[in-house]
Design a protein around this ligand. Sequence first.
Ligand code: 4AD
Length: 469
Amino acid sequence: NNSCIGLLTPKRYYQWPQTIKEIKSANEEKSSIKTRGWVKSFRAQKTIGFVELSDGSTVQGLQVIGDPAQLTGITNGCCVEVSGSLTRSPGKSQQLELKLDQPARVIGASPEDYPLQPKHHSFEFLREIAHIRPRSNTLGSMIRVRNQASNLINQYFQERQFQLVHTPIITASDCEGGGEQFQVTVPSNQQQQQQQKQQQQQQSSHFFGEPAFLTVSGQLEAEIFASSHGRVYTFGPTFRAEKSNTTRHLSEFWMVEPEMAFINLNDNLSIAEDFIKYTVKNILEKCPEELEFFNKRIDTKLFERLNCTLNNEFIRLPYTDAVKILNNSFSSKIKWGDDLQREDEKNLITHFNGVPVFVIDWPKQIKPFYTRENDDQTTVSNMDLLVPEVGELIGGSIREERYEKLVQRIKELKMDENSYSWYLDLRKYGSAPHGGFGLGFERFLQYVTGLQNIRDVIPIPRHQNYCKF
Ligand code: 4AD
């Protein structure tokens, strides 16, 4: 079956065939082209048939043309290999198309009930066929934008001498203190129950000897490495058992978390702003076809919004002023000390004409234990970045580096001091002022694609009552 061994040359080098993107972007007529992919659409006339072939590298696939005898067995969704010459189409677009010089070879047939037909499907329907939806234009484009965004994020930090640290997925601490952790347990079938009994007699019933959870944030562990390497970041999956059935929440999402020694809040804001602008600017350059597609089909204000992000200085707004604006200019009933609701976030963004807004210096009681107390003793040195359509994109802060203050806060909140002894040690031995932030990667992708539902910017979503595969 040469569709599988076709990569290996006699010299044993792997030589990948050109992708459809590479074939099309060479932009020249050429003979002896061979490529493979999945049929997006197939139209047959009496003497000629048209296939749109996709291999996931472009929004618009490659048009393949042949006579009906060369297209026997072709159906929507089937996997094929085609060979022929690239020629300019006679039509207006003058796009390159492939004229078959031998019959298309069906590698994997696809019967009539193939769920992804060449017509408009709703996002709800596409989510039901999450295993097929990457072949659709929207999800296919999202996967490529996601790939580029991930790469650019790493590039941003690597170019600035940050160390990437892989922080653990299983942890014993609750970083955000929100009690929204998934506990890690061993399934209890009979045999394991017996083992558990034995374990209980010997030590504790927990697999790790103490309760363990899926991480809600890599921050606390990233702080360990900021205290040894200065500039670090972690980029991994995080988990929250929030029962928020919204278009902005997932149970499993990816977070980018830089953590830096020797910075203050203003530095943190400047770095976050620079990082967002760098990533947005480069995605526009790296994924022009995909972003054009999103701007045309998903959100016609996308380019306008992204340009507004690139061309304006982000607003820096103390929480106290935010409350005043909401009460004076909008019909909000927010009181000092309340968290911002989705409506409040939208209003603040409207107030600043769509320019991203950092809300800083929040009331101490609604922010996590590690946040550095300001001199007024009622607010803390932190930031939330609000952007149009998405709302909160980033949460971050300067961390409390003063040993005594941190112990006092841990006590006030009745947290278990012993469990945080390692965290306090970082303040005991060579404490340094430090801080960082967390960017929700899927919310960022919503921002740069205009996709309304967070479930459509992750390859395979996980949320309450949904864990397919
Ligand atoms: O504001 P959060 O909870 O901050 C932290 O976890 C800090 N420890 C980060 C840090 O300072 N290193 O979360 C950060 C971001 C939010 O702004 C949001 O973009 C995203 O993570 N986020 C979610 N994204 C999808 N689904 C959820 N359930 C999310 N919860 C937070």
